[in-house]
Design a protein around this ligand. Structure first.
Ligand code: B12
Ligand code: SF4
Length: 461
């Protein structure tokens, strides 16, 4: 049996090779994990294609079955590929965050869909397929365990296409319920934990001195995080991962993280407005303490990528420069800005839908770079332009110098990442390859929900 596992490209990656050049991307774990889960007795040949970094010729693809992973931003491309393969009588299975969020959206494009994590369902589906009795839908059971699972087959990917394949995960999902986040609605608020010894064994097997974790929130379970960090100490790795700002309130855990080799963290600051945080159910972030937080991380020689999101309901047109100035003055190592995106299925999506504020359901535009809803206190045009202005200000030569001088951690990676983002900030227009919003005049014509364009109408060119 020949199985092809495919990650389709989103609109950004279709045109310019992504935010950065292709070789600055790290290797995701999705397809390598699925490859490892193929039952050995099927004696299958498994190929992985990541369209974000390599070309795909859909009409020449040969396979007995194709599995496609979908995030919302690449759903349109995924459906297009699936439809073309199925027209050639190649069975297609769809899975991933978007399918889990809105299964009914994906079902018409698939022979089978997999909802939720696939550690049990994907092998079961393949066995059913081999026996000629594939079912249309496979759902994760709530008592799924990640213990004793095979390690991702990282040698299946084209390593040289990525900046690193030293990518790992220890936990999945998150305990919090931020209204814009896909995690609580897709996978629930009970974190799934890999036994620490499994994580360590995976790292030892696929050795790398600098490693990254793709976990959404590494400190969801404090006791587990402490055990994991302890276990990392003897490995003498430098690691990068994602946590909430709450880590900084827990000095013993932060101290342990630093001793275990933590050299960089991504945190969702989201906004400097407490009202917005409250509305978004992320009230545990405290903007008054952000500066202190950055300084404390710098004290531990941990670099910070802080993510902000624009367009929340209390944002007015002056939010962009206020936030950008704050990010520069606080000497955040790598500030990032996104436009609020109501991913389908999330609490935010449901609220905006009930308020008649969604402007499009073209999933290609749901990539945190386009305005897909009517903001409350500004126009979509202001949101789009303000977001761009914040990027440009933050990555201007003067701001870079200010942040560089204020940060105590001036490692080469600081410069590489900042110069990459500087390039991105000054070429935003090249990355936005859709006419949507730039050519749209929302002040004069705000579509009603009934008039919402369907997913195929505004294609990115
Ligand atoms: C690597 C990564 C990326 C990579 C590649 C993603 C891709 N597939 O193209 C890059 C850097 C390109 C990326 C970009 C973005 N990403 Co991203 N990314 C991740 C990340 C951190 C890790 C993915 C991973 O390796 N997971 C580990 C694997 C094992 O888990 P998994 O992917 O969920 O797969 C399991 C199941 O879902 C299932 N499954 C998945 N696919 C399939 C397919 C089949 C056939 C089957 C059977 C099962 C199955 O089986 C797996 C095992 O259980 C995840 C967060 C996370 N921890 O998952 C976010 C995540 C996927 N990204 C997300 C987002 C929001 C984005 C961005 C919009 C961020 C931004 N602001 O730029 C952009 C999107 C750009 C675009 N064009 O649309 C969201 C997805 C939201 C959504 N509704 O789709 C996630 C979930 C993070 C989050 N905040 O919630 N991302
Ligand atoms: S803390 Fe982060 S991962 Fe957890 S629900 Fe909120 S946004 Fe999602």
């Amino acid at each position: 049996m020949r199985i092809v596992l495919l990650s389709p490209k989103g609109p950004l990656y279709r045109h310019r090779g992504g935010i950065f050049k292709q070789n600055l991307r790290y290797a995701p774990l999705t397809l390598t994990t699925l490859a490892a889960l193929v039952p050995p007795e099927l004696d299958a040949l498994v190929d992985i294609i990541d369209e974000g970094v390599e070309e795909l010729d859909v009409d020449r693809l040969e396979a007995d079955i194709v599995g496609i992973t979908i995030i919302t931003g690449n759903a349109v491309r995924a459906y297009e590929v699936a439809d073309r393969l199925r027209a050639r009588k190649i069975p297609v299975v769809l899975g991933g965050p978007h399918v889990t969020l809105v299964p009914d959206d994906a079902q018409p494009h698939a022979d089978a869909i997999v909802v939720g994590y696939a550690e049990d369902t994907w092998p079961a589906l393949l066995r059913d397929f081999a026996a000629g009795r594939i079912q249309p839908r496979y759902d994760q059971s709530p008592d799924l365990s990640l213990a004793g699972r095979p390690f991702p087959l990282r040698d299946k990917i084209k390593r040289h296409r990525y900046i690193t394949t030293h990518v790992f995960e220890a936990t999945r999902s998150c305990i919090h319920t931020c209204d814009f986040c896909v995690a609580p609605v897709a996978w629930g608020t009970r974190p799934y934990l890999k036994p620490v010894e499994d994580v360590v064994a995976d790292i030892r097997q696929h050795w790398g001195r600098k490693i990254m974790f793709v976990d959404l929130n590494m400190i969801s379970d404090r006791e587990y995080a402490a055990r994991l960090f302890e276990a990392l100490i003897p490995l003498k790795v430098e690691w990068f991962g994602l946590t909430t700002t709450l880590l900084v309130h827990d000095r013993p855990l932060l101290d342990l993280a630093a001793r275990s080799g933590c050299s960089g963290l991504l945190m969702g600051f989201e906004t400097i407005s407490p009202d917005n945080l409250k509305l978004a159910r992320k009230g545990f972030n405290t903007p008054d303490e952000y500066r202190e937080l950055v300084a404390l991380l710098h004290h531990y020689r941990i670099t910070l990528m802080a993510c902000f999101t624009f367009g929340l309901d209390h944002d007015t047109p002056d939010v962009f420069m206020q936030t950008a100035r704050f990010a520069v003055e606080a000497c955040i190592d790598l500030p990032r800005y996104a436009i609020v995106t109501p991913f389908p299925g999330t609490l935010l999506y449901r609220r905006l839908e009930s308020e008649g504020r969604l402007l499009t359901r073209n999933w290609e535009l749901y990539d945190a770079q386009h305005v897909v809803f009517q903001p409350r206190l500004m126009t979509p045009q202001q949101l789009y332009e303000g977001h761009e202005k914040a990027w440009k200000y933050t990555y201007s030569a003067a701001s870079l110098a200010q942040r560089f001088l204020g940060s105590r951690i001036q490692v080469p990676v600081w410069w590489i990442a900042n110069l990459g983002y500087r390039f991105y900030a000054h070429h935003l227009h090249d990355f936005y390859n859709c006419d949507w919003i730039i050519g749209h005049s929302p002040e004069t014509s705000r579509p009603t929900p009934a008039a919402l364009p369907d997913t195929q109408e505004q294609r990115c060119h």
